[in-house]
Design a protein around this ligand. Sequence first.
Ligand code: CP
Length: 319
Amino acid sequence: MSNLGSEMKVKPGSLLSIGDLTSEEVVGLVRRASELKHRLSEPISSRPSSWKSGSVVALFYENSTRTRLSFEQAARALGLSFSAMEVRNSSIEKGESLRKTSETLSNLGYDVVVLRHGGEGVPIQVDRWISPAVVNAGDGCREHPTQALADAFTLQESFGGLEALRGKRIGFVGDVLHSRVARSNIALLSSLGMRPMVVGPPHLMPKYPRALGVEVSYDLDSIVGELDVIYLLRLQFERFSDPAAIDPGSYAARYQMNARRLARLRKEIILMHPGPMNLGVEVDGAVANSSVMLADEQVRSGNVMRMAVLERALGRGGE
Ligand code: CP
């Protein structure tokens, strides 16, 4: 069984990049998340006892609402213990290094470390230092694998199964330069037979956008009508060296999803956004709250998909 692309040595159970997974594992995770979704609607007393051992710690050096809390929800739903280490209140503030912090979590006996960090590749390094499984909850602009898995789950539910994704066109629109969500999704959705592309202004594209391995467009209006899914990306102002150089008004004029552009889309169009949204910039309020926007479903998918990812991290594929 070959994986989707990574050549790096990764501990069993760790998830650092989409390329760590085999196609079979992707299908298995989607199937398992689907089963878990149904199990969650059953009374707690009928849930399997095998869900009840293991400990998870979240170590987030960057802010988060959805990812951190959905890992917490996922761990608690599986009956696992969950701790969130507040970087601000920890010995990191006294100068303790990332390595020593990670080793301390390992010595404290956690089974899984869920790590978000601004440095690209940091979870790969931490995975080599410690024995618990490491799950990447976002590293800089590189990867956000559990977001991509949750998005694939949302898409297959919306289209009626994984097979139905084949040939569908999805455009990642906006701040492609800083988007770990787009990078993980491009790798994952391509492997599932979708046809991703990126759309945005040249200054929000990587230096060599074609190295992403997908079609590139700088003109949203010329391609919106051809897409099955439009995935709006957040302008990540906090990652720009000079946020004042970005003009949200001129960006919105060419790339914002608003009622005028929505009217030109296919009737069955699906819109996605990983959150949090800059309302009035990449999307206007009416479209953000419209029925074609799946952002709320994406959040809900995060819970069940992260349950499946935690089970994998603990070496359990099911009940
Ligand atoms: N999509 C996402 O990663 O959101 P948070 O930053 O709120 O976790």
